[in-house]
Write a protein that binds this ligand. Structure first.
Ligand code: SF4
Ligand code: SF4
Ligand code: FES
Length: 247
């Protein structure tokens, strides 16, 4: 089946810069690619790397919107390269930049790992059971209300791509701000009945300007999350929880 845009020649304007190489300077380089039906930004980048620029740096693992590696700024919007069809752009000019707010490895490749690791240690992203409770491996797991299981599942869909962090003006201004990915993790454990952390415990983590009280609620996170996590609802939920804990 032919697409409406078959036969277009796409012009990709891509930031090239290798900070590891002394003397290298950031510059935009243009590559031309013949559009094919079903072409994604990832497929186009692969073609560019195979046929025009062997040194072009970008990340991917799954090619299916699951691993979160291929986040980049596509025509001004943080998104996943493997899930973005070139056909969605009416004009044949596509600009690609690395995600801001993360250290640049080179070209379109950034290090989201250092943020994610620090965030996981800060939020302590694992179930906190009652202190001192002995684990009995023969014990049956407690039943969970299906609606609660759905709520947890919804939040667990975060692929740690970093698009919400890059779209957040507060995070760009203040490095210590936890950011939306962190808020989604806090919400995920705060709603989980197996996690015994109290609102006061959570207040220690997010009850300040580097937590939910620093969030400006402009919802760049909600608008740019490729997995459509419920940022608005859950940030409001956390804020209400923290106001209650502060009383
Ligand atoms: S919340 Fe959404 S945008 Fe943020 S890291 Fe997770 S999947 Fe990516
Ligand atoms: S709503 Fe809060 S977390 Fe989301 S982008 Fe805005 S400041 Fe960042
Ligand atoms: S390559 Fe895994 S999300 Fe795009």
């Amino acid at each position: 089946m032919s697409g409406a845009n078959d036969g277009r020649t796409l012009k990709f304007h891509i930031l090239k810069y290798d900070p590891q190489q002394g003397g290298d300077k950031p510059r935009m380089v243009t590559y031309e690619v013949k559009e094919a039906p079903g072409m994604t930004i990832f497929i186009a980048l692969n073609e560019i790397r195979e046929t025009q620029d062997r040194a072009l740096q970008f990340d991917f693992v799954c090619r299916a919107g699951i691993c979160g590696s291929c986040g980049m700024v596509i025509n001004g919007k943080p998104d996943l390269a493997c899930r973005t069809l070139t056909a969605k752009f009416k004009k044949p000019e596509i600009t690609l930049l690395p995600l801001p707010a993360f250290d640049l490895i080179g070209d379109l490749s950034v290090n989201t790992g250092s943020y994610t690791r620090a965030m996981s240690e800060r939020v302590r992203t694992w179930i906190h059971d009652e202190e001192g409770k002995q684990v009995d491996l023969n014990e049956l797991e407690e039943r969970m209300d299906p609606d609660l299981a759905d709520e947890i599942y919804e939040l667990d869909r975060c692929i740690e791509c970093g698009c919400c962090i890059s779209a957040c003006a507060t995070k760009r201004m203040r490095d210590g701000f936890l950011g939306a990915m962190g808020f989604m993790k806090v919400a995920r454990f705060a709603v989980d009945s197996r996690d015994k952390r109290s609102d006061s415990d959570w207040y220690e983590v997010i009850g300040n300007d580097d937590g939910v009280f620093g969030c400006m609620s402009l919802m760049g996170c909600e608008d740019n999350c490729p997995k459509d996590l419920p940022h608005q609802t859950k940030i409001a939920y956390l804020r209400r929880k923290m106001v209650g804990a502060a009383r």
